[in-house]
Write a protein that binds this ligand. Structure first.
Ligand SMILES: NC(=O)C1=CN([C@@H]2O[C@H](COP(=O)(O)OP(=O)(O)OC[C@H]3O[C@@H](n4cnc5c(N)ncnc54)[C@H](OP(=O)(O)O)[C@@H]3O)[C@@H](O)[C@H]2O)C=CC1
Ligand SMILES: CC(=O)N[C@@H](CCC(=O)OP(=O)(O)O)C(=O)O
Length: 305
């Protein structure tokens, strides 16, 4: 029976993964190794857990995830495979990007990799919308792309959750206004863009949910691309996926509508006569944006049905 150690199991992402693994644990498909709370930051205790685990899931701040990776590396071949939920290794050499729906071969690559990085919540939406359009030749890799996004406050981890629940706000806040959010390199790499996209994140006073939206002027697309073709390219890319659906446009979108779900919905809102389209991805930042995606990757890495 495969043994899994969640490093950071008491945090927001770690708890979400633990909860989702409970049914597998109950039916004896996996064993969960747990560290005593008072030792959760003790490198020797964590090394000990890693030495016993087949897979360690890192639900830690970036620096702590780098340290955990060093510990696993030192254990060599007998060390665990790693799934890192932090941002530390998303574009790092030797790591496989844990987005199984991204290309035809990605699930297979994840299945066989010893080092998998779980995608960021915002990149999950942005890459899902952009990559199929670039691959279909509808969007040039050199296009000027702007990405707006709003997340529930749980995206900021324990500190932000406590702050929002203590003070009741702010209601809505733009952040990352130095325009250098940590997710931009990941979005650019996996959306297959040559030009750095402009990314404007925001956070609202609701716990879970996310909308990533990308306005498109049809005149900037490859010649002959219509908004119907955008919808068709996305539908083709995710046909057969249980997790990602391409839905019809709606007049309003509630960012929290998928809270508690591990699914993601994509839409192309369009007004051909105006030459405008708006691509949207709706997901739960803690679901397909974090713990739900981690469960998909754990399932692939450990071959769990
Ligand atoms: N929340 C989200 O929507 C998403 C988060 N992520 C990523 O997942 C990772 C975890 O985030 P999140 O769960 O939100 O964060 P939290 O702050 O909720 O949890 C982090 C956990 O790691 C523990 N921890 C901190 N430092 C160390 C250390 N040196 N050694 C061992 N444990 C440590 C913390 O303990 P303590 O609290 O006691 O300090 C806490 O239990 C981050 O890298 C984040 O970017 C990824 C996708 C989405
Ligand atoms: C609302 C909020 O603060 N969100 C976090 C991103 C959460 C997340 O998903 O970060 P990783 O996936 O990269 O770990 C932020 O913008 O830093």
């Amino acid at each position: 029976m495969p043994r899994i150690f969640i490093d950071g199991e008491a945090g927001t992402t770690g708890l979400g993964i633990r909860e989702r693994l409970a049914p597998l644990r109950e039916r004896g498909a996996i064993e969960l190794l747990s560290i005593a709370h008072e030792h959760r930051k003790d490198p020797a205790a964590r090394r000990d857990m890693m030495a016993q685990a087949d897979l360690a899931v890192l639900c830690l701040p970036d620096d702590a995830a780098r340290t955990a990776t060093r510990i696993a590396d030192e254990l060599g071949e007998s060390g665990p495979r790693l799934l890192d939920a932090s941002t530390a290794h998303r574009v790092a050499e030797g790591w496989t990007y844990g987005f199984p729906e991204m290309t035809a071969g990605q699930a297979q690559a994840i299945r066989h990799s010893r080092r998998v990085s779980n995608p960021g919540c915002y990149p999950t939406g942005a890459v899902a919308l952009l990559r199929p359009l670039v691959e279909a030749g509808l969007l040039s890799p050199d296009a000027c792309i702007s990405i707006n996004a709003v997340s529930g406050y749980t995206g900021g981890g324990r500190a932000d959750i406590e702050a929002h629940e203590r003070t009741g706000g702010p209601a809505f806040e733009l952040y990352g206004l130095a325009l250098a959010h940590k997710h931009v390199p990941e979005i650019q790499r996996y959306a297959a863009l040559d030009r750095r996209p402009l990314f404007v994140p925001s956070v609202g006073h609701f716990p879970q949910g996310m909308i990533v939206s990308i306005p498109v002027h049809l005149a900037q697309l490859s010649w002959g691309a219509t908004s119907a073709r955008l919808h068709e390219a996305l539908s083709d890319a995710y046909a057969g996926s249980d997790v990602i659906s391409v839905c019809e446009a709606e007049a309003r979108l509630d960012a929290a509508a998928l809270a508690g779900s591990d699914r993601m919905e994509l839409r192309v809102h369009r007004e051909e006569s105006l030459g405008h389209a708006l691509l949207t991805a709706r997901l739960d930042n803690l679901g397909k944006g974090a713990s739900g995606a981690a469960l998909q990757n754990i399932g692939l890495m450990l071959d769990l049905a």
